[in-house]
Write a protein that binds this ligand. Structure first.
Ligand code: 0L1
Ligand code: MG
Length: 261
């Protein structure tokens, strides 16, 4: 057991991702790892990826649905980061050989026109600062065996971030009621799950506001140009080779990709 080593834990999780190898959750050896320590591991993981030349595309919010929060017994979502190497072009291919046991969920992404800094940020302030919203498919791929983890584990593992496909249509939020946007997630033409924007902490803009406030507590802010994933509107659906995945978001357009070997 011993004391958690933040640097070697980050290296361990990064290597698991690069080796496409599932590992035992960190809390199996360090049951006392706290949420604060887990965010220190995440910070180290981000520094490691940046040192290797990877660039942050934007932050993501995870565990934003009632179902996921209940399952993990938490009241606040978590955050992680999407890097450039994780972005797959719209209509492109996600290679199963690059991943461990991927699942996909449909989301709405935000692009900010100006920086926002918590505390005290509201969803209305987020909408006023938003340049565009766009459809997104997030592919999550926990590095832990069978997606089995505690809250600190999943935070340390960059909130299971793995791949993301952004739709090509950018929409100004204007008077759009993003909480009422209906979303379907289909695989090979069959609807696997559906939902509405409100599944994301009541409104996707609330998710961005929560993120700004969480980062604000650490003296960090959301930056203009960041592409922010707000959280799954649908549940996460397991992927298999040969799948063609499509999400349709009312008024926002479609986004899709294929799964290859
Ligand atoms: O984006 C997400 O909501 C994923 C958060 C991590 C939990 C999971 O891997 O299911
Ligand atoms: Mg997600």
């Amino acid at each position: 057991m011993g004391v958690l080593n933040v640097k070697s834990t980050a290296e361990f999780l990064h290597k698991a991702e690069m080796d496409k190898r599932e590992v035992l959750r960190i809390t199996a050896d360090y049951p006392d790892m706290t949420v604060e320590e887990a965010y220190c591991v995440l910070k180290e993981l981000v520094a490691l990826k940046r040192k290797q030349g990877h660039r942050i595309v934007g932050p993501k919010m995870g565990l934003t649905s009632q179902a996921k929060m209940k399952q993990m017994n938490v009241e606040e979502p978590i955050y992680g980061y999407i890097f450039d190497y994780m972005v797959v072009s719209e209509g492109g291919a996600v290679s199963m050989g690059d991943l461990i046991h991927p699942k996909v969920e449909a989301e709405i992404a935000f692009v900010l026109g100006r920086d926002i800094e918590g505390p005290g940020i509201t969803g209305a302030q987020v909408l006023a600062a938003t340049e565009y919203v766009l459809p997104a498919l997030e592919i999550i791929d926990s590095r832990y065996e069978n997606f089995k983890f505690t809250l600190p584990d999943v935070i340390a593992d960059n909130a299971s971030s793995s791949r993301v496909v952004f739709g090509s249509r950018l929409t100004r939020p204007g008077n759009l009621e993003l909480d009422l946007v209906g979303v379907t997630l289909s695989i090979n033409g069959e609807i696997k799950d559906l939902g509405a924007g409100a599944a994301v902490v009541g409104h996707p803009a609330n998710s961005v506001a929560m993120l700004a406030n969480m980062l604000g507590r650490k003296g960090e802010k959301l930056k203009a140009g960041d592409i922010i994933l707000t959280g799954g509107i649908t549940g996460a659906v397991m992927l298999a080779v040969g799948d063609t995945v499509t999400a349709k978001l009312d008024g926002l357009g479609e986004v899709g990709f294929k799964v290859t070997e």
